[in-house]
Design a protein around this ligand. Structure first.
Ligand code: PLP
Length: 382
């Protein structure tokens, strides 16, 4: 099987599993317990927190462990908006993940917030000046993702963070997709979400970087873990796994990003050359290393997916994050792509284990799959 769905999830790396194992068995203590087992778990969490803090160029006290990207986004948006007395105006982009969009919708419904959605250009990129023009005296929070999960567009987060700060509001960025490839140390955001399962750690663990002294209303109340920002017994093994995955990916991140970008670029060229009518979605430059996404007008994304599946290539139609949705992607629609064309989207996403041979084979299978689907479509509707 050729796995090209790393943006949906990645396999847990063996080294990560090995690092986690003791915290399920011998060292299974609760970090809040005052005995040897508890202390050993607390030390493991402390060490992991230092590693995760380093990913952001932050301090250990600025890390809140969560259950994943969705929780980090919810905590950042609801938590910062509700704790910040400036006003009730939020700004997000039109291509945010549902975790961001629905958190804002919740604030609108139950807390009388107002959300302004900033559009994107045809490549899926937000214009920082447009964000600046939307900032108001009552703007509390701006949330713009680092890299889009469907088309890989990388956003000008640094610039937007500094504009946001110039009016005294706070900035969150969802770095769930970007964290494996982009340096998070100098983004300038007050809050940054990451998710373990996009980085070779298990599902169900994530983190939120929260700049010190930024006020946060917790979503989970209880025993006061995570400095009162997220109650609940810590997922010790998951936290250790997240840190182990980060250590592994950080040690090779720059080289991996260069190598995968080059392979991905060849793959894009090959697909555009060999699949008649194929269109790249998102930018050619300034794109997440791992992402190659296309529309195949005149076909159906789901049918291509099925055909590819038969040929042993696993990928996804748009994004795998919304459960059972047949609607065309809000990301592609925001980019100005027709509804009909948006229904033909297929996303290929890779992690650092990808090889040139696998991508060549995938491109060959894609040409075959799209020809089969195209012939079928024209014999049915032509
Ligand atoms: N944000 C983005 C950009 C994502 O792509 C995803 C999942 O794919 C999430 C948030 C949600 O992360 P999780 O699956 O860890 O809840």
């Amino acid at each position: 099987m050729i796995y090209l769905d790393a943006s949906a999830t990645t396999a847990v790396r063996r080294e990560v599993l090995e690092a986690m194992w003791p915290y399920f068995s011998g060292d299974f203590g609760n970090p809040s317990s005052h005995h040897e087992l508890g202390e050993s778990a607390a030390v493991a969490v402390k060490d992991a927190r230092a590693t995760v803090a380093d990913l952001f160029g932050g301090r250990p006290s600025e890390i809140v462990f969560t259950s994943g990207g969705t929780e980090s986004d919810n905590l950042a948006i609801k938590g910062m908006a509700l704790a910040n007395p400036r006003g009730r105006h939020l700004i997000i982009s039109a291509v945010e993940h549902e975790a961001v969009r629905e958190s804002c919708a919740y604030l609108e419904r139950f807390h009388r917030f107002e959300t302004t959605v900033v559009g994107v250009d045809g490549l899926g990129i937000v214009d920082a000046d447009e964000v600046a023009a939307l900032l108001r005296p009552d703007t509390t929070l701006v949330s713009i993702m680092l890299a889009n999960n469907e088309v890989g567009a990388v956003q000008p987060v640094r610039e937007i963070a500094s504009l946001t700060h110039s009016v005294g509001a706070v900035m969150h960025t969802d770095a769930v997709q970007g964290a494996a490839w982009i340096d998070l140390r100098s983004l300038g955001a007050d809050a940054i979400s990451i998710s373990g399962h996009k980085l070779g750690a298990p599902k169900g663990i994530g983190a939120l970087y929260l700049r010190r002294r930024v006020a946060l209303e917790p979503l989970l109340h209880g025993g006061g873990q995570e400095r009162d920002r997220r109650s609940g017994t810590e997922n010790v093994a998951g936290i250790v796994g997240l840190a182990a995955a980060i250590r592994l990916s950080e040690s090779t991140r720059v080289a991996d990003a260069d190598r995968v970008t080059a392979l991905r670029d060849d793959f894009i060229t090959e697909v555009l050359d060999t699949v008649a009518g194929s269109q790249l979605t998102g930018p050619r430059q300034g794109r997440l290393a791992s992402n190659a996404s296309f529309c195949f007008p005149g076909t159906s994304g789901e049918s291509i997916l099925l055909e590819l599946g038969r040929r042993g290539v696993v990928c996804s139609a748009g994004s795998a994050c919304a459960v059972g949705s047949d609607e065309p992607s809000h990301v592609l629609l925001a980019m100005g792509i027709d509804r009909e064309v948006a229904q033909t989207a297929v996303r290929f996403s890779m992690d650092s284990t990808i090889t040139a041979e696998q991508l060549r084979e995938a491109a060959r299978h894609l040409a075959g799959a799209s020809a089969t689907v195209g012939t079928l479509a024209s014999s049915l509707f032509g």
